[in-house]
Design a protein around this ligand. Structure first.
Ligand SMILES: [Zn+2]
Length: 487
């Protein structure tokens, strides 16, 4: 943070940025979250102190930093429900339960400042950098946030039930800055309403002795009499999720990656671990090396099938065998599409969902021992889409894919447009440009946008370069809902 505004300062900053790039210290040019947290099992709370070394990678001079407070959507008077009406009884088997986040103190470079909560649903923490305070590109500021979480009893990404506690999107996380402002999109009851930048994390978490902790990071544990302390660490991840519970763990090592499978009860635990390992191997071969030292799959309570986080996937314990396997493959594909290569999941869900569905089909092609005919699976998707398309005509539904979460009529519409139509679009592209150019396009997309956020045109450009064809109108026809193949 600097108060000087002279051209000299800008030149010095530009020079230092160049030196940074040349000195091969790119890993320093990310924000660093350090969180010290205590989980209280009796009261279902987490008390935490966070110190964020925010790195200004926006290219703009900032006078504030905005942060999402996603747990706010689980409070009683939240404007947007985290659960669609049709899933309320699945989500709350013991009746409605509420939680939330209470920010008790915010500091700026060690000095207390006002706690300012804003956003459409009191879901954005605004950290003003002070009068005349400005953060230049390439500079850092240290933001301290003390907060307490109340965890609701809900089968969701943020909630406890049975023997596990899911902590997804649980801490204040910096909003992405683009087009001259912070992106502060609010929650949605369907989809994954998240968008963030890669950062480094160091988290120490105290839990009652005997509980297991699965997380995005590498884990080390110090045992105590009453509580165990877990040190969790991860680099270049766009989110950091944790599951606490009475869980067993099975491990394997594949391609230099520690694969961990956490579960409370699973007769097929070895099979699940093998599936996660096969998926990491298959997608590493197809798209590019998985970049993190660990990958954990956690069988836990969850109202949807699964949920992707960097180096960690939640898979619902309510799924049957074949759906469970498919969810493991789909969520593992998200490690490439969403995890390493990010995109705005609120505005362009088809990018990561369509690619993860398509990748699931590629997995089955490469692993015939799973006994799933990839062509039949695709034909089923087409059949399902025809039903949706007929429903579009009957019920005046929209079949465009380029809508934000909240602009779809319901979960049904979102699912068909993002997952099913997304997969059909990428599959059609594969037929049009050929398998080699298609796979090379995905490899280039992965390598070119690793640890960044990509836009639709970035993805389209990768396929255009490998196939030497203009493809913008191909994508536009699908995403804007102009492909009326069944009319
Ligand atoms: Zn998905």
């Amino acid at each position: 943070m600097k108060k000087l505004k002279s051209l000299i300062v800008l030149l010095v900053v530009a020079l230092s940025l160049t030196l940074f790039a040349c000195s091969n210290e790119a890993e320093e040019q990310v924000s660093v979250y350090k969180i010290s947290a205590v989980y209280d099992e009796q009261n279902h709370t987490v008390t935490a102190e966070m110190s964020l070394s925010y790195y200004n990678a926006t290219g703009s001079v900032l006078d504030e930093v905005c942060m999402h407070l996603y747990p706010a959507f689980f409070r009683e008077d939240a404007r947007f429900s985290p659960v669609p009406d049709e899933l309320l009884s699945t989500a709350y088997p013991c009746g409605k339960s509420y939680g939330g986040i209470e920010v008790s103190e915010v500091t700026l470079n060690g000095q207390k400042i006002d706690v300012v909560i804003s956003g459409e649903d009191d879901d954005i923490l605004v950290v003003k950098l002070g009068e005349n305070g400005e953060l230049y590109p390439g500079e850092r500021v240290t933001i301290g946030v003390n907060f307490t979480l109340t965890i609701p009893q809900v089968n969701h990404r943020f909630g406890y039930n049975g023997r596990t506690v899911n902590l997804g999107n649980w801490y204040p996380v910096a909003c992405v800055y683009e087009d001259g402002k912070f992106v502060t999109d609010t929650y949605c009851e369907y989809g994954d309403p998240f968008y963030s930048e890669c950062a480094n994390y160091e988290i120490s978490l105290s839990v009652p002795s005997g509980l297991a902790v699965a997380s995005t990071g590498e884990t080390s544990k110090s045992e105590g009499d009453v509580c165990d302390l877990f040190e969790l660490k991860a680099s270049k991840v766009r989110d950091f999720a944790i599951v606490i519970g009475e869980m067993k763990m099975l491990g394997a090592r594949v391609n230099g990656v520690d694969i961990n499978y956490y579960y409370t009860a699973d007769d097929n635990a070895e099979k699940t671990l093998a599936c996660a390992s096969d998926a990491i191997k298959t997608f590493s071969n197809l798209f590019g090396k998985y970049p993190y030292p660990t990958y954990s799959v956690v069988r836990t309570h969850f109202l949807h099938g699964g949920m992707e986080y960097p180096a960690l996937s939640l898979i619902s314990d309510a799924l049957n065998d074949s759906l469970f396997t498919e969810a493991v493959i789909h969520e593992t594909a998200h490690q490439w599409w969403y995890g390493v290569v990010g995109n705005n999941e609120v505005k362009n869900a088809w990018m990561d969902e369509g690619l993860s569905e398509l990748s699931t089909g590629l997995f089955y092609e490469q692993n015939p021992s799973y006994g799933v005919d990839a062509n039949k699976r695709l034909a089923d998707a087409l059949g399902a889409y025809i039903i949706y398309f007929d429903d579009c005509k009957a019920n005046a539904r929209d079949d465009s894919m380029n809508r934000s979460l909240g602009e779809y009529k319901d979960t049904f519409e979102y699912t068909y447009c993002s997952y099913v139509k997304g997969e059909l679009m990428f599959s059609s592209l594969r037929t049009v440009i050929g398998n080699d150019d298609f796979i090379n396009g995905l490899k280039n997309y992965y390598n070119g946008y690793k640890f960044k956020n990509a836009k639709p045109d970035d993805l389209i450009g990768c396929f255009e370069r490998t196939s030497a064809r203009p493809l913008k109108s191909f994508f536009d026809a699908w995403t804007e809902g102009k492909v009326k193949m069944f009319a």
